[in-house]
Structure formats: structure tokens, C-alpha cells
Ligand binder design. Structure first.
Ligand SMILES: [Zn+2]
Length: 281
């Protein structure tokens, strides 16, 4: 069932768990992640990158999302991940997304605030929530890449939250998009300080590859939305490869899809259990 992004995250904050926000790529991964949420009775945020929206076509993806979400017995919010275009954010607001992440973190701070306010003004008129970013989260996410990381500071993050009135904040705390090359150094203290100073839900990007303990500590410190993208891409492509290797010489796309679907469901189920959202829907 369709859910309110803010309400979902406030509930997670109150009960001290995090909602998994999982990037899907197509019908298969969308359905699989939703099926996992149904099996685990978990709230869920389905994320779509700008690249995915463009590849699947906005109108088609919007219709697909509504049909899957409306039929599911658990609350699901549809979220647009990392969008650098005001116009594209507005369009998703028009087509049924429940929230959009406007990422103008690469711009000078004042300009980041100004553009986020602009997105917020339109989104709010459509009943859509906005997630913003302060600092620069390093790594590659589809067609958006940042070589240089710039960690968020407490004061600027608080000012950004207060001036933009965003519904969720993704401060750069040392996590990164893609696959980690070493062990990341995470500023848990910033997450803790922010969660004590503001009711604005805190979002962690670059969740793939963090240890179970790191996730748990982030949630204890106050994170209530954790983004997972790369892990699903890995499971999707690796399980496809595994199935094709094991069944070489046969042609059965439906069985291939069923195999991959189960692997994606397993991944999503393990996240709901780890983040504590299992049984909360
Ligand atoms: Zn991200």
C-alpha cells in the first residue's frame, strides 16, 4: 500500500529501527523486493535512480509502481534517488513519487540551500517529501560520480535542515557509493549529534559493504533510512551468471528470472532483519 515517506521514517525513529531504501532496476527486482517486504512484514522504500526512470520511461514506471505498491499489504514509499535536476524532480512529483532526493550537494552551500528550497516548494504543493544532502558522498551511483569526498559538518547540516525544511537529511558521514576498497571511517558522532539536535530523519547512503555491526551502530546513533543499491546490482548480475553457467545449453528465461528473483528476495529479507524493520508492518 502507498505510504507517506515522512510518517514511515518518524515511526522508524520512534521505534529505533531503519527502513531499507532499496534501488530497483526493473520489474523483476521491483517485485522481488516488495515480495521480501511482504514475507517479512516490513515497511519499505523503493528507490529509483534517474537513470532507471529514464531507461524504463517515467510514465511506464509510474504505472508499474502504482500497480505493485497498491496490491502489497505492507506500506511502501516510492522515492527518487539522487536527482540533480529541479525539473526532473518536479516531474516525478507529478507522476506519483512519494519523495524525491534533490542532490545539489556539489554546488556551493548557499546555492545548495536555494535550489533545495525551490524543489521543496513545488514538492510540498504535491504532497511529496524531499530528502537533501550536505557534504559530498563519494563514489559512483549510476551516472552521478564524485571523486572527492567532503564530509558534512554539524553546524552547516543543521542550518541546511532549518532553511530548506527537508523531510530527511543525508549528511556525508564517510560512507561511499559503490564497492568499498578499504574499511570506511565513519563519523558516528555526527549521526548521534544530529539525531539529538533535530527530528529530521537521518539517511545513510552507500550502505553496500558495511559490516552488520556498522549498520547496527548507525541505527543506534539515530539513522532511520539506509540506502542499498550496489548490493542488489551484485546479486542480480551474479545470480544470473550463476544460473546461466549451471544450465549451459538450455534456454529457459522464466526459470532464470525465478532463480534471480529468489536471490534478490533473500538479500532484501536479510536487510529487513538486520535493520530491525522486520515485523513492523
Ligand atoms: Zn546515494
Amino acid at each position: 500500500m502507498k505510504a507517506n515517506f515522512s510518517k514511515m521514517l518518524r515511526e522508524a525513529q520512534n521505534k529505533k529501527y531503519a527502513v531499507a531504501a532499496i534501488n530497483v532496476l526493473n520489474h523483476l527486482t521491483f517485485s522481488a523486493v516488495v515480495e521480501a517486504a511482504v514475507r517479512k512484514r516490513s515497511p519499505l522504500i523503493i528507490q529509483t535512480s534517474v537513470a532507471t526512470v529514464k531507461a524504463l520511461k517515467l510514465e511506464s514506471l509510474s504505472a508499474l509502481a502504482r500497480s505493485i505498491i497498491d496490491a502489497a499489504p505492507v506500506p511502501i514509499a516510492l522515492h527518487l534517488d539522487h536527482c540533480q535536476s529541479v525539473e526532473f524532480c518536479n516531474k516525478c512529483c507529478d507522476f506519483g513519487w512519494d519523495s524525491v532526493m534533490f542532490d545539489s550537494s556539489h554546488l556551493p552551500f548557499e546555492e545548495n540551500i536555494r535550489q533545495t528550497r525551490e524543489v521543496h516548494r513545488y514538492a510540498i504543493s504535491k504532497g511529496v517529501d524531499v530528502e537533501g544532502e550536505v557534504g559530498i558522498i563519494a563514489g559512483v551511483e549510476d551516472d552521478i560520480s564524485h571523486d572527492i569526498e567532503s564530509l558534512a559538518g554539524f553546524d552547516e547540516t543543521m542550518r541546511y535542515i532549518n532553511e530548506t525544511e527537508v523531510s530527511a537529511i543525508a549528511p556525508a558521514v564517510g560512507t561511499a557509493h559503490g564497492v568499498y576498497k578499504g574499511i570506511p571511517v565513519i563519523n558516528f558522532d555526527l549521526v548521534q549529534r544530529l539525531s539529538e539536535a533535530t527530528r529530521c530523519p537521518i539517511v545513510i547512503h552507500g550502505g553496500t559493504g558495511l559490516s552488520d555491526d556498522t549498520f547496527k551502530r548507525l541505527i543506534t546513533c539515530g539513522a532511520s533510512k539506509i540506502n542499498i543499491s550496489t548490493a542488489l546490482k551484485l546479486v542480480y548480475t551474479q545470480s544470473m551468471k550463476q544460473y546461466l553457467n549451471e544450465t549451459e545449453g538450455t534456454i529457459n528465461p522464466l526459470k532464470l528470472d525465478a532463480f534471480v528473483t529468489e536471490k534478490v528476495i533473500e538479500l532484501a529479507e536479510s536487510l529487513f532483519t538486520l535493520f530491525g524493520s522486520e515485523g513492523q508492518a
